[in-house]
Design a protein around this ligand. Structure first.
Ligand code: SF4
Ligand code: SF4
Length: 201
């Protein structure tokens, strides 16, 4: 029987393979989002971004998939310290560390020109936005839109369908405890108080 270390090593290898396949996929349709024209990377948590009310900000929390933090660390050389770590239980005996980025741990990859510095390796949560996945009680994927994204009217249906298919294919690998964290992160308010951060919007 496999011990936990062997099981985790095999699981990590499977996730790394999936991430590589997703990132190498050249068939992803253009999203048609007008990020640079209409927005200032509102969905990327960054230094100086205040915890604005939900009608002013898109989604300031990025939640990485299992082993996605490790994948990004390996590809970019960034340290684990830049991520906020949330543990989730995979089984009663096995705990996974999930990396997140939020206003308390701003994304280290956002460039001054509002472009992503690791676009070729960036998290699936970033790639998927403004589409927001969730899990219904029966275990099926549901979708909503980050309503505060100013590009919603331009979002390509072909891109949406492609991303939804990508998540459907990953669904059997994602533990329910990850979905609980993803939902929790939507309501995360542990950012620095406005008075403690510099307003840059
Ligand atoms: S996806 Fe939407 S919120 Fe994010 S940078 Fe583009 S326009 Fe802005
Ligand atoms: S990884 Fe890139 S797309 Fe994601 S939050 Fe950081 S800068 Fe934005």
């Amino acid at each position: 029987m496999q011990n936990n270390d062997e099981f985790l090593a095999a699981l990590k290898a499977e996730w790394f393979k999936r991430f590589t396949e997703i990132l190498a996929d050249k068939t992803v349709p253009l999203s048609n989002l007008k990020c640079l024209e209409l927005c200032e990377a509102r969905c990327c948590p960054r230094v100086g971004m205040r915890p604005l009310s939900p009608d002013k900000i898109a989604s300031p929390v990025v939640v990485l998939l299992p082993f996605e933090m490790e994948y990004i660390m390996e590809k970019t050389g960034v340290s684990k310290d830049v991520f906020r770590i949330w543990p989730i239980d995979l089984t009663p005996e096995i705990r996974l560390e999930i990396g997140t980025l939020d206003l308390g741990k701003p994304c280290p990859f956002l460039q001054a020109n509002h472009l992503c510095g690791i676009h070729e390796h960036n998290p699936l949560d970033c790639r998927t936005f403004p589409l927001l996945p969730s899990l219904d009680p029966a275990g099926s994927l549901e979708w909503s839109l980050g309503e505060n994204c100013p590009s919603l009217a331009f979002l390509s249906p072909a891109f949406s369908e492609h991303m939804k298919r990508t998540w459907r294919e990953l669904l059997p690998m994602i533990p329910r405890s990850w979905w609980d964290l993803y939902e929790f992160a939507d309501h995360w308010t542990g950012y620095p108080k406005p008075a403690e951060s510099n307003h840059a919007d």
